[in-house]
Design a protein around this ligand. Structure first.
Ligand code: A2P
Length: 279
Protein backbone atom coordinates (compact mmCIF):
# COMPACT_ATOMS: atom_id res chain seq x y z
CA UNK A 1 0.00 0.00 0.00
CA UNK A 2 2.90 2.42 0.51
CA UNK A 3 3.58 2.52 -3.23
CA UNK A 4 -0.03 3.54 -3.97
CA UNK A 5 0.18 6.41 -1.48
CA UNK A 6 3.63 7.51 -2.66
CA UNK A 7 2.64 7.63 -6.33
CA UNK A 8 -0.48 9.63 -5.47
CA UNK A 9 1.61 12.07 -3.40
CA UNK A 10 4.09 12.29 -6.27
CA UNK A 11 1.40 13.09 -8.83
CA UNK A 12 -0.12 15.71 -6.51
CA UNK A 13 3.35 17.21 -6.08
CA UNK A 14 3.81 17.51 -9.84
CA UNK A 15 5.77 14.42 -10.84
CA UNK A 16 4.65 12.97 -14.18
CA UNK A 17 7.43 10.50 -15.05
CA UNK A 18 6.99 7.23 -13.16
CA UNK A 19 9.66 4.58 -13.43
CA UNK A 20 8.34 1.07 -12.85
CA UNK A 21 8.97 -2.57 -13.64
CA UNK A 22 7.27 -5.91 -13.40
CA UNK A 23 10.01 -7.08 -11.02
CA UNK A 24 9.22 -4.32 -8.53
CA UNK A 25 5.98 -6.20 -7.82
CA UNK A 26 4.03 -2.99 -7.36
CA UNK A 27 2.78 -2.19 -10.85
CA UNK A 28 -0.79 -2.86 -9.65
CA UNK A 29 -0.40 -0.07 -7.08
CA UNK A 30 1.19 2.31 -9.58
CA UNK A 31 -1.63 1.67 -12.05
CA UNK A 32 -4.22 2.20 -9.36
CA UNK A 33 -2.64 5.51 -8.30
CA UNK A 34 -2.61 6.76 -11.89
CA UNK A 35 -6.20 5.67 -12.50
CA UNK A 36 -7.41 7.26 -9.24
CA UNK A 37 -5.73 10.56 -10.13
CA UNK A 38 -7.30 10.46 -13.61
CA UNK A 39 -10.71 9.76 -12.05
CA UNK A 40 -10.22 12.71 -9.67
CA UNK A 41 -9.60 14.91 -12.70
CA UNK A 42 -6.13 15.79 -11.41
CA UNK A 43 -4.41 14.49 -14.55
CA UNK A 44 -5.14 12.93 -17.92
CA UNK A 45 -3.51 9.70 -19.05
CA UNK A 46 -1.43 11.62 -21.59
CA UNK A 47 0.09 13.75 -18.82
CA UNK A 48 1.76 10.67 -17.34
CA UNK A 49 4.97 9.14 -18.65
CA UNK A 50 5.14 5.55 -17.43
CA UNK A 51 8.24 3.46 -18.05
CA UNK A 52 7.95 -0.34 -17.81
CA UNK A 53 10.74 -2.91 -18.13
CA UNK A 54 11.27 -6.25 -19.82
CA UNK A 55 12.80 -8.64 -17.28
CA UNK A 56 15.72 -10.99 -17.95
CA UNK A 57 13.57 -14.14 -18.15
CA UNK A 58 11.55 -12.68 -21.03
CA UNK A 59 14.17 -11.93 -23.68
CA UNK A 60 13.17 -14.57 -26.26
CA UNK A 61 11.39 -12.54 -28.97
CA UNK A 62 8.13 -14.50 -28.71
CA UNK A 63 7.88 -13.58 -25.00
CA UNK A 64 8.32 -9.83 -25.39
CA UNK A 65 4.83 -8.79 -26.42
CA UNK A 66 2.99 -11.15 -24.02
CA UNK A 67 5.19 -9.83 -21.20
CA UNK A 68 4.32 -6.24 -22.01
CA UNK A 69 0.65 -7.21 -22.30
CA UNK A 70 0.88 -8.73 -18.82
CA UNK A 71 2.32 -5.47 -17.45
CA UNK A 72 -0.49 -3.49 -19.14
CA UNK A 73 -3.05 -5.82 -17.61
CA UNK A 74 -1.54 -5.36 -14.14
CA UNK A 75 -1.41 -1.57 -14.62
CA UNK A 76 -4.85 -1.55 -16.23
CA UNK A 77 -3.53 0.85 -18.84
CA UNK A 78 -3.66 0.62 -22.65
CA UNK A 79 -0.06 1.52 -23.30
CA UNK A 80 3.21 2.40 -21.61
CA UNK A 81 5.04 5.54 -22.64
CA UNK A 82 8.37 3.79 -22.59
CA UNK A 83 9.28 0.11 -22.53
CA UNK A 84 12.89 -0.82 -21.94
CA UNK A 85 15.05 -3.94 -21.84
CA UNK A 86 15.99 -3.92 -18.14
CA UNK A 87 19.36 -5.66 -18.48
CA UNK A 88 21.45 -6.79 -21.43
CA UNK A 89 21.66 -10.40 -20.26
CA UNK A 90 19.02 -13.11 -20.14
CA UNK A 91 17.96 -15.68 -17.56
CA UNK A 92 16.24 -18.97 -18.30
CA UNK A 93 12.59 -18.27 -19.12
CA UNK A 94 10.02 -19.56 -16.63
CA UNK A 95 8.23 -18.68 -13.44
CA UNK A 96 11.40 -18.17 -11.40
CA UNK A 97 12.43 -14.53 -11.63
CA UNK A 98 15.94 -15.45 -10.47
CA UNK A 99 16.35 -19.01 -11.81
CA UNK A 100 19.16 -20.86 -10.03
CA UNK A 101 20.60 -24.36 -10.32
CA UNK A 102 21.12 -26.80 -7.42
CA UNK A 103 24.40 -25.04 -6.57
CA UNK A 104 22.71 -21.67 -6.29
CA UNK A 105 24.20 -20.43 -9.57
CA UNK A 106 22.09 -18.29 -11.89
CA UNK A 107 20.82 -20.09 -14.96
CA UNK A 108 21.47 -17.84 -17.92
CA UNK A 109 19.87 -18.13 -21.31
CA UNK A 110 21.40 -17.58 -24.68
CA UNK A 111 19.42 -15.02 -26.62
CA UNK A 112 20.12 -12.50 -29.31
CA UNK A 113 19.69 -8.92 -28.12
CA UNK A 114 19.02 -7.78 -31.68
CA UNK A 115 16.13 -10.25 -31.98
CA UNK A 116 14.78 -9.07 -28.63
CA UNK A 117 15.03 -5.52 -29.94
CA UNK A 118 13.02 -6.39 -33.06
CA UNK A 119 10.26 -7.72 -30.79
CA UNK A 120 10.41 -4.42 -28.86
CA UNK A 121 10.01 -2.57 -32.19
CA UNK A 122 6.92 -4.64 -32.90
CA UNK A 123 5.44 -3.55 -29.54
CA UNK A 124 5.89 0.07 -30.58
CA UNK A 125 4.30 -0.62 -33.95
CA UNK A 126 1.35 -2.24 -32.16
CA UNK A 127 0.90 0.91 -30.05
CA UNK A 128 1.56 -0.92 -26.77
CA UNK A 129 4.63 1.24 -26.10
CA UNK A 130 4.98 4.81 -27.36
CA UNK A 131 8.76 4.59 -27.20
CA UNK A 132 11.32 1.87 -26.62
CA UNK A 133 14.71 1.92 -24.96
CA UNK A 134 17.23 -0.02 -22.92
CA UNK A 135 18.81 -0.09 -19.49
CA UNK A 136 22.21 -1.05 -18.14
CA UNK A 137 23.60 -1.21 -21.66
CA UNK A 138 27.25 -0.33 -22.21
CA UNK A 139 28.59 1.26 -25.35
CA UNK A 140 29.22 -2.04 -27.15
CA UNK A 141 25.72 -3.28 -26.44
CA UNK A 142 24.24 0.00 -27.67
CA UNK A 143 26.35 -0.22 -30.81
CA UNK A 144 25.07 -3.73 -31.44
CA UNK A 145 21.53 -2.35 -31.62
CA UNK A 146 22.45 0.86 -33.46
CA UNK A 147 24.36 -1.11 -36.12
CA UNK A 148 21.72 -3.79 -36.52
CA UNK A 149 20.85 -4.26 -40.21
CA UNK A 150 17.30 -3.10 -40.83
CA UNK A 151 17.03 -1.19 -37.53
CA UNK A 152 13.57 0.39 -37.42
CA UNK A 153 13.75 2.39 -34.18
CA UNK A 154 16.78 3.48 -32.18
CA UNK A 155 16.63 3.14 -28.39
CA UNK A 156 15.40 6.55 -27.20
CA UNK A 157 17.01 6.15 -23.81
CA UNK A 158 19.46 4.12 -21.75
CA UNK A 159 18.74 3.91 -18.03
CA UNK A 160 21.93 3.50 -16.02
CA UNK A 161 23.29 4.35 -12.58
CA UNK A 162 24.24 8.03 -12.62
CA UNK A 163 25.01 10.49 -9.79
CA UNK A 164 27.92 12.69 -8.62
CA UNK A 165 30.00 9.66 -7.52
CA UNK A 166 29.33 7.83 -10.81
CA UNK A 167 28.95 10.49 -13.48
CA UNK A 168 29.28 8.28 -16.59
CA UNK A 169 31.25 10.84 -18.66
CA UNK A 170 32.09 8.51 -21.56
CA UNK A 171 28.70 6.84 -21.88
CA UNK A 172 26.98 10.22 -21.57
CA UNK A 173 29.05 11.61 -24.43
CA UNK A 174 28.39 8.55 -26.60
CA UNK A 175 24.66 8.74 -25.94
CA UNK A 176 24.62 12.49 -26.64
CA UNK A 177 26.20 11.84 -30.04
CA UNK A 178 23.50 9.28 -30.82
CA UNK A 179 20.56 11.23 -29.42
CA UNK A 180 19.96 8.68 -26.67
CA UNK A 181 18.72 10.15 -23.40
CA UNK A 182 20.46 8.94 -20.26
CA UNK A 183 18.03 8.24 -17.44
CA UNK A 184 19.98 8.15 -14.18
CA UNK A 185 18.89 5.62 -11.60
CA UNK A 186 19.99 5.80 -7.95
CA UNK A 187 20.47 9.56 -8.40
CA UNK A 188 20.60 9.93 -4.59
CA UNK A 189 23.05 7.11 -4.06
CA UNK A 190 20.51 4.31 -3.38
CA UNK A 191 18.89 3.14 -0.15
CA UNK A 192 22.19 1.42 0.85
CA UNK A 193 20.48 -1.92 1.21
CA UNK A 194 23.38 -4.35 1.65
CA UNK A 195 21.59 -7.14 -0.20
CA UNK A 196 22.13 -5.34 -3.52
CA UNK A 197 24.20 -2.22 -2.84
CA UNK A 198 27.97 -1.95 -2.60
CA UNK A 199 28.07 -0.06 0.71
CA UNK A 200 31.87 0.21 0.74
CA UNK A 201 31.41 3.34 -1.35
CA UNK A 202 30.61 6.25 1.02
CA UNK A 203 27.07 7.67 1.29
CA UNK A 204 26.54 10.23 -1.46
CA UNK A 205 24.29 12.55 0.52
CA UNK A 206 26.93 13.02 3.27
CA UNK A 207 29.35 14.46 0.73
CA UNK A 208 30.83 17.75 2.06
CA UNK A 209 30.91 19.46 -1.36
CA UNK A 210 27.24 18.68 -2.09
CA UNK A 211 26.29 19.90 1.39
CA UNK A 212 28.39 23.07 1.15
CA UNK A 213 26.89 23.98 -2.23
CA UNK A 214 23.45 23.20 -0.82
CA UNK A 215 23.95 25.72 2.01
CA UNK A 216 24.51 28.49 -0.56
CA UNK A 217 21.06 27.91 -2.05
CA UNK A 218 19.25 26.77 1.08
CA UNK A 219 18.96 23.33 -0.54
CA UNK A 220 19.82 19.83 0.64
CA UNK A 221 22.59 17.59 -0.73
CA UNK A 222 19.81 15.51 -2.36
CA UNK A 223 18.48 18.53 -4.22
CA UNK A 224 22.00 19.46 -5.37
CA UNK A 225 22.63 15.90 -6.61
CA UNK A 226 19.37 15.94 -8.60
CA UNK A 227 19.91 19.44 -9.96
CA UNK A 228 23.43 18.49 -11.10
CA UNK A 229 22.10 15.72 -13.34
CA UNK A 230 19.10 17.66 -14.63
CA UNK A 231 21.37 20.56 -15.56
CA UNK A 232 23.65 18.28 -17.62
CA UNK A 233 20.68 16.76 -19.45
CA UNK A 234 20.40 13.54 -17.45
CA UNK A 235 16.87 12.51 -16.45
CA UNK A 236 16.61 11.62 -12.75
CA UNK A 237 14.29 9.11 -11.11
CA UNK A 238 14.69 9.62 -7.35
CA UNK A 239 12.80 7.18 -5.16
CA UNK A 240 11.16 8.03 -1.87
CA UNK A 241 8.29 6.66 0.19
CA UNK A 242 8.37 9.72 2.45
CA UNK A 243 5.91 12.54 1.52
CA UNK A 244 8.22 15.28 2.75
CA UNK A 245 11.18 13.92 0.78
CA UNK A 246 9.00 13.30 -2.29
CA UNK A 247 8.20 17.03 -2.20
CA UNK A 248 11.80 17.98 -1.41
CA UNK A 249 13.06 16.09 -4.46
CA UNK A 250 10.73 18.10 -6.69
CA UNK A 251 12.02 21.49 -5.49
CA UNK A 252 14.89 21.53 -7.95
CA UNK A 253 13.60 23.85 -10.66
CA UNK A 254 13.89 27.19 -8.81
CA UNK A 255 17.69 27.55 -8.83
CA UNK A 256 20.66 26.71 -10.99
CA UNK A 257 24.23 25.71 -10.31
CA UNK A 258 27.09 27.79 -11.71
CA UNK A 259 29.53 26.35 -14.22
CA UNK A 260 32.15 26.29 -11.47
CA UNK A 261 29.84 24.34 -9.15
CA UNK A 262 28.98 21.88 -11.93
CA UNK A 263 32.73 21.29 -12.40
CA UNK A 264 33.26 20.83 -8.66
CA UNK A 265 30.52 18.22 -8.56
CA UNK A 266 31.80 16.47 -11.70
CA UNK A 267 35.16 16.18 -9.94
CA UNK A 268 33.53 14.07 -7.21
CA UNK A 269 33.25 11.16 -9.67
CA UNK A 270 34.78 8.01 -8.16
CA UNK A 271 33.87 5.66 -11.01
CA UNK A 272 32.49 3.26 -8.41
CA UNK A 273 29.02 1.78 -8.76
CA UNK A 274 26.66 1.35 -5.84
CA UNK A 275 24.63 -1.10 -7.92
CA UNK A 276 27.13 -3.70 -9.09
CA UNK A 277 24.60 -6.13 -10.63
CA UNK A 278 26.97 -8.99 -9.90
CA UNK A 279 24.62 -11.50 -11.47
P1 A2P B 1 12.94 7.27 1.76
O1 A2P B 1 12.07 6.41 0.88
O2 A2P B 1 12.79 6.96 3.20
O3 A2P B 1 12.82 8.74 1.45
P2 A2P B 1 17.74 6.49 -4.92
O4 A2P B 1 16.67 7.32 -5.55
O5 A2P B 1 19.14 6.98 -5.23
O6 A2P B 1 17.58 5.03 -5.15
O7 A2P B 1 17.64 6.70 -3.33
C1 A2P B 1 16.56 6.24 -2.64
C2 A2P B 1 16.85 6.31 -1.16
O8 A2P B 1 17.09 7.66 -0.75
C3 A2P B 1 15.71 5.82 -0.35
O9 A2P B 1 16.25 5.08 0.74
C4 A2P B 1 15.03 7.09 0.17
O10 A2P B 1 14.47 6.86 1.44
C5 A2P B 1 16.18 8.05 0.26
N1 A2P B 1 15.80 9.45 -0.05
C6 A2P B 1 14.94 9.87 -0.98
N2 A2P B 1 14.90 11.21 -1.03
C7 A2P B 1 15.75 11.66 -0.09
C8 A2P B 1 16.14 12.94 0.35
N3 A2P B 1 15.64 14.04 -0.20
N4 A2P B 1 17.06 13.02 1.36
C9 A2P B 1 17.56 11.92 1.92
N5 A2P B 1 17.23 10.67 1.55
C10 A2P B 1 16.34 10.52 0.54
Amino acid sequence: GSCLESVKTAIDTGYRHIDGAFVYYNEHEVGQAIREKIAEGKIKREDIFYCGKLWNTCHPPELVRPTLEKTLKILQLDYVDLYIIELPMAFKPGDAIYPKDENGKFIYHETNLCATWEAMEACKDAGLAKSIGVSNFNRKQLEMILNKPGLKYKPVSNQVECHPYFTQPKLLEFCRQHDIVIVGYSPLGTSRDETWVNVSSPPLLKDPVLNAIGKRYNKTAAQIALRFNIQRGVVVIPKSFNPQRIRENFQVFDFSLTEQEMKEIEALNKNVRYVELLM
